[in-house]
Design a protein around this ligand. Structure first.
Ligand SMILES: Cc1cc2nc3c(=O)[nH]c(=O)nc-3n(C[C@H](O)[C@H](O)[C@H](O)COP(=O)(O)O)c2cc1C
Length: 253
């Protein structure tokens, strides 16, 4: 799976990653409280453009607004369901009690997941291991996985304040799998050996983020597919991006 990444995983990048091997893609995060206001740039961020299998990643905490958003939501082809973001480390979101601040609130998250399901949509959750090292030690992530009835849980194996310089803690995956819930592993996964290891642990999938930015062909490479040269894929990406958005970002690919 292609990880949700702000300012990276727009419709063009998702299309390219899926065309060359990713089974499932995720939009960058968006507040559903903003979507309810029908803000044009927010709505553009969840526009799908094509049939690429996509989960729309939402975050927020107002359950009434969530219901209102879902009532008015019209799925496009390619839409596979919603992903609830419980991982965002941003200080301003944490202060508002959303993103990774919600990992220790399983009852609330359960209600939100149930609201999405009641509207007939698939829903999965992406979480970190907690807000702090202490929360990780208390295993708040396990309590959440046990309590919430989502289709699957993407576990980014870091707590909120952990920087990317420290390797993700893959030791947590076996206990997540032992809950009996479907677990997708995330954090520093790049090679065939990494994928094999996650399969052996019992994870149902892997999610890849940063490694796709220099190499969106990584999914096809891991699957052993026949692939075109990166240079020609880059031209394809630029052409599509210019067509859809009028520009393209050098930083993405
Ligand atoms: C530029 C960037 C933007 C990101 N934006 C999001 C986001 O919008 N939502 C989210 O859940 N995670 C976001 N993440 C985290 C990634 O989805 C992923 O969990 C993290 O990079 C670890 O995976 P990796 O080691 O394969 O990169 C972002 C990461 C990066 C590098």
């Amino acid at each position: 799976m292609l990880a949700p990444m702000e300012k990276v995983t727009d419709s063009c990048f998702r299309y390219i990653c899926h065309k060359y091997g990713a089974d499932l893609t995720f939009t960058e995060q968006i507040r559903f409280e903003t979507l309810v206001k029908k803000n044009k740039s927010a709505l553009d961020r969840i526009r799908l453009y094509d049939d690429t299998p996509t989960m729309i990643q939402i975050m927020g905490k107002d359950e009434e607004k969530l219901g209102q958003f879902l009532k008015e939501f019209i799925p496009e082809s390619g839409f596979q369901g919603f992903n609830l973001n419980l991982g965002c480390p941003s200080q301003s979101y944490v202060r508002q009690g959303i993103g990774s601040a919600m990992i220790k609130r399983p009852t609330k998250v359960k209600r939100m997941v149930d609201i999405i399901k009641d509207h007939g949509y698939n829903v999965n959750v992406k979480l970190r291991l907690g807000l702090t090292k202490a929360e990780k030690r208390e295993k708040v992530y396990l309590k959440l996985i046990e309590k919430v009835d989502a289709d699957f849980f993407v576990v980014h194996a870091r707590y909120r304040s952990e920087s990317y310089e420290r390797k993700a803690d893959w030791k947590v995956f076996p206990e997540c799998v032992e809950t009996g819930k479907a677990i997708v592993a995330n954090g520093d996964i790049k090679t065939k050996e990494d994928v094999k290891k996650m399969k052996e642990i019992g994870c149902v999938g892997v999610m890849i983020g940063r490694a796709t930015m220099s190499n969106p062909l990584i999914f096809g490479q891991l699957k052993g597919l026949q692939l075109p040269p990166v240079k020609s894929v880059k031209q394809e990406y630029i052409k599509l991006s210019v067509k859809r958005t009028g520009t393209y970002s050098e930083e993405v690919f």
